[in-house]
Design a protein around this ligand. Structure first.
Ligand SMILES: [Zn+2]
Ligand SMILES: [Zn+2]
Length: 127
């Protein structure tokens, strides 16, 4: 009989773990619910359903680009002030230097490493 209870506990724990992860619990917290469920599924499962499944207000900080958190390959150095900036920035936030040159001929945005405008064949403006 014990064996069957254990199987039920493991299945319930597996479900609790995945459900808790879906609800936004950290891996450690979800694991704690699951570990409690294995030996005591008839206690932890109702407990989890009652207390654990409350939708939690996910407090997310406002989206601000943290330049230190950006992977290295996406960062460049501002040619003007040598600050670390994100590859896709239009302008250096530190010195207002334009990071995306525009074609003098057709006004389209050019990549920094382009020598010639691919749209109108005008030579890219000197930096
Ligand atoms: Zn700069
Ligand atoms: Zn052009």
């Amino acid at each position: 009989m014990h064996f069957i209870i254990l199987i039920i506990g493991v299945i319930a724990a597996y479900w609790v773990y995945n459900d808790a992860r879906r609800f936004g619990y950290a891996t450690g917290t979800a694991l704690m619910w699951a570990l409690g469920t294995i030996p005591l599924p008839y206690i932890f499962l109702p407990l989890y359903l009652l207390l654990g499944r409350r939708p939690r207000a996910v407090s997310r900080p406002p989206e601000v680009v943290d330049i230190e958190a950006v992977p290295v390959e996406e960062t460049i150095y501002c040619p003007m002030c040598a600050s670390k900036v994100k590859e896709e920035f239009q302008t250096c936030p530190y010195c207002s230097h334009t990071l995306r040159p525009k074609c003098a001929g057709c006004g389209r945005e050019l990549r920094r490493d382009w020598k010639t405008c691919p749209y109108c064949e005008a030579p890219a403006a000197p930096k």
